[in-house]
Design a binder for this molecule. Structure first.
Ligand SMILES: *[C@@H]1O[C@H](CO)[C@@H](O)[C@H](O)[C@H]1NC(C)=O
Ligand SMILES: *[C@@H]1O[C@H](CO)[C@@H](O)[C@H](O)[C@H]1NC(C)=O
Length: 338
């Protein structure tokens, strides 16, 4: 009996503490911090239903994972244009209004995994800095790429579309910088090896836990070997098929026009950079020359000025010289007066 009473009192006290917010309140707020000099705000697991609008607008790393956000609105990130890393995994996001991600021109990485998305917001592919896209564990069954502008603008290096019920690899067009593609845990029963021609710098591809056909498996393996990529996450093919049954994939992959255009786009970017660099060097040299020339002209003019001043008493009558005294003071930066 005694024990029961004690337990009861304890529970009552604990409850009053909780209701007054002594115990949990501090934990229920977004936390500010820095990570590698970037301003980070962590709002994970706070039962949030919307993107909070009262945060510091200079946030660069925003963690909104483990909340109850259902919808992203075009105004959700309007204020937070400095975000570079955005975590939205483990929410309930079902829809994304057009224009939601458009203001995020600094965005480098977004994690939208484990949500209820049925399609990928296509505007993500046009973000000029986006390198890493995680959209795994969604149900991308109604993925419609007709509105996708190709080639995409985002310099994607990492793409995770694992566990999304995909029947084939979606055709996002060439991705010259992509080095890791994770498509595991998708059925991929319509997989065509042609889709790999879009990635000319692929190093890792994860196709484990898919139902890719025997021939598909063999062709991917052939292609990966020829590319020099890592075959570790390509499923082991169970039987070796004859070339008549399962042709070599190269004229559909590395010897295809798509693959060639992927490679030239990289070369183009490189030459463009080289030209930009050369132009910058030239500009710099010109600037230095101009500065030197300017200094030279100024020094010369000053010297002439000084000589003129020294000569003045001989030229101007003594009276005039006295009257003009204040103007004859040697003024450093004033050339206009003479
Ligand atoms: C691919 O993604 C799945 C699910 O997100 C993950 O379990 C797996 O480790 C990833 N594979 C690689 C190679 O990173
Ligand atoms: C690829 O090569 C095979 C023979 O190896 C040929 O039958 C097929 O038509 C070629 N495909 C294309 C697209 O050129």
């Amino acid at each position: 009996m005694e024990l029961h009473w004690r337990l009861l009192t304890f529970i009552v006290i604990l409850q009053s503490l909780l209701s007054q917010g002594f115990v949990l309140q501090d934990d229920r707020k977004c936390k500010y911090g820095r990570i590698e000099k970037l301003l980070r705000i962590r709002c994970y697991d706070l039962d949030l239903k919307e993107v909070p609008q009262n945060l510091k607008t200079s946030v660069e790393v925003l963690d909104l994972s483990y909340n109850r956000i259902r919808k992203l609105k075009s105004s959700s990130f309007q204020k937070y244009t400095d975000i570079k890393f955005l975590m939205l995994y483990e929410n309930m996001i079902l829809s994304v209004e057009p224009g939601t991600f458009e203001p995020l021109t600094s965005l480098q990485e977004i994690d939208l995994s484990s949500n209820g998305l049925t399609t990928i917001p296509l505007e993500l592919f046009q973000l000029p800095r986006l390198r890493n896209l995680y959209i795994d564990s969604n149900e991308l069954t109604s993925l419609d790429l007709r509105g996708l502008e190709k080639p995409i603008r985002a310099p994607l290096e990492y793409l995770n579309i694992a566990n999304c019920e995909l029947k084939e690899l979606p055709d996002f067009g060439i991705m010259p910088k992509l080095w890791q593609l994770n498509a595991s845990k998708n059925p991929l029963d319509n997989f065509q090896v042609d889709s790999l021609a879009n990635f000319c710098h692929l190093q890792v591809i994860d196709l484990t836990k898919t139902q890719i056909s025997q021939c598909g498996c063999q062709q991917v393996t052939n292609h990966i070997m020829m590319l020099g990529a890592n075959p570790k996450f390509v499923p082991v093919c169970m039987e070796a098929l004859d070339v008549r049954e399962c042709p070599l994939p190269y004229n559909r992959t590395i010897h295809s026009p798509t693959f060639a255009s992927c490679q030239t786009s990289v070369q183009l970017a490189e030459t463009k950079n080289l030209w930009l660099f050369a132009a910058a060097c030239f500009g710099g040299v010109c600037f230095v020359l101009l500065v030197v020339l300017y200094c030279f002209v100024r020094c010369r003019r000053k010297r002439v000025q000084k000589r003129m001043q020294k000569r003045k008493p001989f030229v101007i009558s003594p009276r005039n010289a006295i009257n003009r005294q204040p103007e004859d003071e040697p003024l450093h930066c004033d050339i206009a007066r003479t």
